[in-house]
Design a protein around this ligand. Sequence first.
Ligand code: AMP
Ligand code: GLY
Length: 465
Amino acid sequence: MQLEIQSTVPMMTDRPLRVLLFGKDGRTDAIAEGIRSSAMSCELSICAPFASPGLAAKADHFASASLTDLEAMVRLTRQSRADLVVVGPEDPLAAGLSDAVAALGVACFGPTQELARVETSKSWTRSLLDRHGIDGNPRHQAFRHARGLWEYLNELGAVVVKPDGLTGGKGVKVQGEQLASHEEALAYGLALLEADGSVVIEERLDGEEFSLQTITDGEAFVHCPIAQDHKRAFEGDTGPNTGGMGSYSCPDGSLPFLSDADVSAARLINEAVVHSLGREVGQPYRGVLYGGFMATAGGVALIEYNARFGDPEAMNVLPLMSGGLLELLWATAQGRLGAVDVAFSPRATVCKYVVPDAYPDEGGAGAPIATDESLLGPDLRCYWASAELADDLTVRMTGSRAVAFVGIGSTTAEAERLAERGASSVVGAVRHRRDIGTSGALARRVDHLARLRGAPSPTAAPRHA
Ligand code: AMP
Ligand code: GLY
């Protein structure tokens, strides 16, 4: 199952394609690896706010700029004479980089600012689904003032309180977890209203979360294998929410607790959202739509959308796409995705992020970290994130998730052993979650959803593990 690129995709025969990649995280390092291992020849420039050891090693030209500084990013696009701009994280999209790149006549993998509202405004996305009759919304309401807030909290029962804009996955508070009562939910809601002028209140759902990343040019769709992130900081899914501590995927591209109907429902929702975005905004969505879903007793519900690959979930799917990530990105940015045949190797992956001891609180910036490169190979990959190559040639953390290890195997158990070996070999004031991808953790998730769905609790190991 290799990625096959059909000959209808135009190739530059006279010179290598000039590619400019923006990002700073493990996801962007995995994109850079995929571009580098593509058959199509390219000259790769990478722009990041600090000298990530992974990105610096993969770039032909490395530039440093803030990923929120639109002017600097546009200047760099001009200077590099890029044919293709690829955007890793959300900040450049939110700043309007895709629009500015298009105005220069350069192809961009990543949607325009207005299309990226699917990530940057939770209230807009909920109402988009409502307006177009797309399934998946829990009960929800956006508030711009305090009137009716208390009554709505009581009407919903258990609630979730969300900031409307970007928060790096850390601003959402769930009743029963970060919120003990309706009084606390009200206080948090009022604080968000005061700070941002809006707040989203949702019914709290119970189930198992999963991520479906769909690559699209607005017409054609490539659904990546489904992955499950672990947002909580500590083992057993305890502690505060983080940007994501690690994730896993299974050889069949689904997860052990999902039915075929769940997978089809999530795919249909992503496709319907891309079509309705195109109709409303009048521009094709070219990039990745990341759907964060929850499988519940009542079917599949949408938790959130992101307008880019998931971090960590990009690291689960991109290593399985062999042969031609660059051809895929280039075709998508040109609206020719339908001409590309894509397949993912039927293997399991487990990704574990190694983070500073204090994470998700501040701390760890400047502390040294060292990995054992001799462990790495095709089945154990290492992707750098918040770490930089210092002048003294040591690698120092910059204060957030530092480095990720991805194990690839014929079973999740094998992939987990490899990822664990990589993550536990790191020397520094760091920690990681040992439970991600273990058979015990998978069995608990299968049991949880089976209980909610009223099925007899499976006692055997999950069928995919
Ligand atoms: P978000 O930033 O919207 O992905 O929310 C962060 C986390 O909060 C999600 O990964 C879920 O674990 C949780 N969450 C968000 N919305 C809901 C909901 N409606 N019901 C239950 N949990 C939720
Ligand atoms: N894994 C969550 C995110 O990428 O936002």
